[in-house]
Design a binder for this molecule. Structure first.
Ligand SMILES: Cc1ncc(COP(=O)(O)O)c(C=O)c1O
Length: 362
């Protein structure tokens, strides 16, 4: 049996005809930038997340950069970032002109806690970038209380957590703003790059919209209130995302069923979400000894596994900063992401689980 890491084609089959129609319409209208598809997606995505506003941007990295800029976080400011996230979380902080300060995580869920945040906080700390890694929401109540005590902003990096739920609320509805990526492999993925910021703050939404559109002010095309960038979600991506949103909950539910099947076979190995979190299971991650050997042995059995992420951010050549993150460092050598996609069959889950157990070092 061959089990791919993910199967995007199966997710696209139910929308394929509608996409053809969408492309046909855009060929006639030529409304490629902005327009009704972008507005409709933004309205729908805000409603889905339970926020008042959504602003489409070019990708998830820009969503973070523009949010920080719009919040006035930049040169001289520090932003707390988990050491074990994808590099874009940190790079976005740097691109905004601020300094990412890498934070260790708890050994069970691999998430930041008030204690690990406190170990990295200084008088220059302005914000926490709360990354819901793998689709597991970081329970926001304790983080919000900690942030409030120290006057810090909480920005969610929800790039891996579309539709994840904590106490009935969706990822993206907890911080001052939340940033999404619609990279094709995400739980809600475009057919190219895309991103969005959601927020309840109308002024923040407007400033991000302006910054993402050359700093344009109001409706005046050639009036620029500040120096912005070109970071817009295009109409084709927005239209495709709108076609996919109605499927997101059922895809996430299917992933949760697959996680339960895996749990029956692999209890004790899985990086689980905290109590009270319904994960989006963007990634299904286990911890194993001899990770690279296990991955190779799985590959030989037709099982495509991956690693998220092999090097913590602070140890990347791009940063290479001294940070004390022993938990993130130890985990990085053991993490293995197993196949996880909505159309995965129970036979495939059984096969992957059996082959994983066989591949473990004795
Ligand atoms: C946690 C996290 N943050 C940020 C990003 C950046 O998103 P993008 O690739 O759309 O720029 C990604 C995805 O790639 C991600 O996984």
């Amino acid at each position: 049996m061959k089990v791919p890491f993910m199967d995007l084609a199966a997710m696209h089959a139910p929308i394929a005809e509608d996409v053809v129609q969408l492309v046909g319409e855009l060929a006639v209208t030529s409304a490629f930038i902005g327009g009704r598809h972008v507005a409709a997606f933004e309205e729908g995505w805000a409603a889905y997340c339970g926020t008042a506003h959504a602003v489409g941007v070019a990708n998830g990295t820009d969503a973070i950069v523009l949010t920080l800029r719009a919040l006035g976080v930049g040169a001289g400011d520090e932003v707390l970032v988990p050491a074990n996230t994808f590099i874009a979380s940190a790079a976005a902080v740097s691109a905004a002109g601020a300094t990412p300060v890498f934070v260790d995580v708890d050994p069970v869920h691999l998430q930041v806690t008030p204690d690990t945040l406190e170990a990295a906080r200084t008088e220059r700390t302005r914000a926490i970038l709360l990354v819901h890694l793998y689709g597991h929401i970081v329970p926001p109540a304790a983080i919000a209380a900690y942030a409030q005590r120290h006057g810090l902003l909480v920005v969610e990096d929800a790039a891996q957590a579309h539709g994840a739920i904590w106490e009935g609320r969706k990822a993206g509805s907890f911080g001052v703003a939340a940033c999404f990526s619609f990279y094709p492999g995400k739980n809600l993925g475009a057919w190219g790059d895309g991103g969005a910021v959601v927020t309840d703050d109308p002024a923040l939404a407007e400033r991000i919209r302006s910054l993402a559109n050359h700093g344009r002010a109001g409706g005046d095309h050639y009036k620029h209130a500040e120096i912005g960038v070109n970071s817009r979600l295009d109409a084709l991506q927005a239209g495709i995302l709108s076609l996919k949103v109605p499927h997101l909950d059922s895809w996430n539910a299917a992933k949760n069923e697959i996680a339960s099947l895996y749990r029956d076979k692999l209890a004790g190995l899985i990086v689980e979400p905290p109590e009270g979190v319904t994960s989006a299971w963007h990634l299904f991650v286990v911890r194993v000894a001899d990770r690279d050997g296990v991955r190779e042995r799985l590959g030989a059995q037709g099982v495509q596994a991956s690693v998220h992420y092999p090097i913590p951010c602070h140890q990347q050549p791009a940063y290479g900063v001294a940070a004390h993150a022993p938990v993130a460092e130890a985990a990085a050598g053991e993490l293995l992401s197993l196949p996880m996609f909505p159309s995965m069959t129970s036979e495939q889950v059984e096969y992957v689980s059996a082959k994983l157990v066989e591949a473990l070092p004795s």
